[in-house]
Design a protein around this ligand. Structure first.
Ligand code: GLA
Length: 344
């Protein structure tokens, strides 16, 4: 059993397919190079001692009978409790957590943290790694039950399955993950922080989930994957618009995969713009700060730019043509490898 391990969970960018994961739809994310690192050392006694290096804060709690806590501590406690509940014989640990992915910027610092924590605790316990889809589910329970955000599986699957130079076409009905080569022919993808921090637990994210569930009940379908544009006409506002977004966004994911396959960057840009319009007008998750950021990207020559992630703030994703100068504060993003753990 190793006594020291280091794990890394990457953040993610979602190229397209937003608010589709919890509707059993399609998305096309990729893991990025920035993420969260956990350096873990085994302890003889049954307790977890954790330090969030970037925040200069610590937490300590017993392995047995884990109690709840707010903020980053909720993730550490949730990871410990969920692993124990799933039958892993955990050992005490000293955890040092540090990250390169900004918090609250829509780049999934949460999933990066969950994934890195879970991989480190599993490795220290000498437990084999379970199926990565099962691991994604466990990580999402941390977020749902310990942090209070009813998020889907997008971020966790992207972090766990990421591959260099590949985006991942995820079908959230079958949970099939298909790597898709991301060749941008000299174009670059950048993220630009809107400066407005978002938290899923506190924003309208959970409201949108509830609206989708209500639409399913009214339509008599199990998930919005089964809804059609004809169904939109049957629903009252604003549920009609929410469903229209989900149905059209699933279509845009398939079109984006085709655009990547055939190297049609102009078409990819159009799809990003259409996704943004749908998220702003039909899903109603944009904000003035996000709109201003999208406008800055377009002024800098972006072929397409859209709000990314849960919404109500966070980052904008833009496709910049060769030779263009991205707006101030833009960060170039490219697909990096998925989460991993190493010996020390
Ligand atoms: C957040 C959630 C994901 C997904 C996106 C929206 O990132 O964590 O599960 O719902 O928002 O696509």
């Amino acid at each position: 059993m190793p006594t020291r391990v280091t794990s890394f969970g990457p953040g993610r960018v979602n190229l397209i397919g937003e608010h589709t994961d919890y509707n059993k739809g399609l998305a096309l994310p990729f893991a990025i190079e920035a993420g969260v690192t956990v350096r873990a050392t085994g302890l003889r006694d049954r307790r977890i001692s954790a330090v969030a290096a970037d925040l200069e804060q610590r937490d300590e709690f017993p392995l047995d009978g884990v109690e709840r806590a707010e903020g980053w501590r909720g993730f550490v406690r949730g990871a410990t409790a969920e692993l124990a509940d799933s039958g892993v014989a955990l050992v005490g640990a000293d955890l040092e957590i540090s990250g390169t992915v900004p918090r609250g910027a829509g780049l999934s610092s949460s999933a990066a943290l969950e994934v890195a924590l879970v991989l480190a605790l599993l490795a220290l316990a000498g437990a084999g790694e379970p199926d990565r889809i099962e691991l994604a589910r466990l990580c999402s329970r941390i977020e749902n039950d310990w942090v209070g955000a009813q998020t889907g599986l997008l971020d966790q699957i992207a972090s766990l399955f990421g591959e260099r130079d590949r985006a991942l076409r995820i079908d959230f009905r079958s949970l099939n993950v298909r790597p898709v080569k991301l060749s941008l022919a000299g174009f670059v993808l950048v993220t630009v922080d809107s400066g407005e921090e978002h938290t899923h637990a506190g924003s309208g994210y959970n409201d949108r989930r509830a609206e989708c569930a209500e639409a399913c009940t009214l339509l008599g379908v199990d998930s919005l994957r089964d809804a059609t544009l004809a169904d939109v006409e049957l629903l009252p506002a604003p549920l009609d618009a929410r469903v229209r977004h989900v149905v059209t966004e699933n279509g845009r994911v398939e079109e984006a995969v085709a655009a990547l396959d055939s190297g049609e960057m102009v078409q990819l840009g159009r799809l990003l713009d259409a996704s943004h319009a749908s998220l702003r007008d039909d899903y109603d998750i944009s904000t003035p700060a996000v709109e201003e950021t999208v406008a800055r990207c377009k002024q800098a020559g972006a072929l397409g730019a859209r709000i990314m992630g849960g919404g109500f703030g966070g980052s904008v994703l833009a496709l910049m043509p060769p030779g263009s100068v991205p707006p101030d504060g833009a960060v170039v993003v490219r697909p990096g490898p998925g989460a991993a753990v190493s010996g020390s």
